[in-house]
Design a binder for this molecule. Sequence first.
Ligand code: NAD
Ligand code: UFG
Length: 350
Amino acid sequence: MQKTTLITGGAGYIGSHTALTLIEAGQHVLILDNLCNSCHESIGRLEHLAHARVDFVEGDIRDTPLLERLFSQYDIDAVVHFAGLKSVANSVCHPLDYYANNVVGTFNLCEVMARFNVFNLVFSSSATVYGEPAHMPIFEDAGTGVPASPYGRSKLMVEQLLADLARSEPRWSIALLRYFNPVGAHESGLIGEDPSGRPNNLLPFLTQVAIGRLPELTVFGNDYPTADGTCVRDYIHVVDLAEGHLKALQVLRRDPGIHTWNLGTGIGYSVLQMIRSFEDVTGVSIAFRFAGRRAGDIAQCWADASKARRELGWYARRNLEQMIQDSWRWQSSNPYGYRPPVELSAAFAH
Ligand code: NAD
Ligand code: UFG
């Protein structure tokens, strides 16, 4: 039987790009996703790009009998674990959903993995686990801080759970990948980020203003201690991120233990720089206004990504212009994402 990489949450934004990267590298993948924040269409598009059928199962990582069936049916030797909820604001209103999906879901997955002797795991962590760091850039050994939301705390709890596992059983080989700010889309414009409802993140908000779905961008805070007063972040192209997962899997398969790698570019851009760059690259002007600070935002955050370069042979190759071009191509060729609104679907049908 062919070795299989299980990708939980593989119908989502980062998962779909990573699935494509792994398939292109010759790996057999199985996607498990409950589609709570994605849809079948992304799998169809993935199959189109991969020129192959993709094994997909609709289901939940908390469904133990389902996981047991999948681990029995396929020769799974590694799991890339994206499944989880990710909205910082939503997590404040619905903390239990975040702990259930992100923490209990991961606990359940690990339990079944151990029972089936599968010990290679790549986990989607986040720079949010650093809290508000005292120094920039952020190194992996800076120590974790106090994340500002239940979402952030759920990521930190899972990191701690996985570190305990690795200490308890030497066969575990775990990568904690701390993403900075993923943006962009596959260069085909066929797969990309498809937020449901009003976007929380900067880039999808910007592209929806540019396409005319939203009237203007609100810039949260212009009184931060940064060069222009707006927050600085390390934006990273989602395909670079996907390639980081491939590299991490390769290292895990030969080097057990627990590894932590920052996946970022090492360069920070302010919100105003992002708006100006977007206008320069696309030629579309962005209406924006300043408002007060958003609760939980830190002033600045960018990675030292030299550990990933040294140990994984990985670095982010795509620059800001490519990130913006690819985000814009995705948004302009799919103004309503994967799912046109009902009235538009009806119009297409006639
Ligand atoms: P996404 O919402 O597009 O993808 C997550 C996928 O998981 C979705 O398709 C969703 O339907 C699925 N899912 C959620 N709960 C599930 C469950 N219980 N069982 C099965 N499937 C489930 O999000 P994304 O941006 O691709 O993020 C992927 C991972 O990376 C998440 O864990 C997220 O927390 C983490 N992360 C994302 C960012 C970011 O800015 N996008 C930054 C840091 C970390
Ligand atoms: N911003 C605006 N207006 C908006 C949206 C965002 O001004 O409409 C600003 C924010 O205030 C922040 C910057 O743009 O200064 C980036 O905000 P995002 O929401 O895009 O990203 P965050 O840095 O807040 O968080 C993201 C992910 C988290 C992850 C974190 C890791 O959403 O899941 O990166 O650094 F934990």
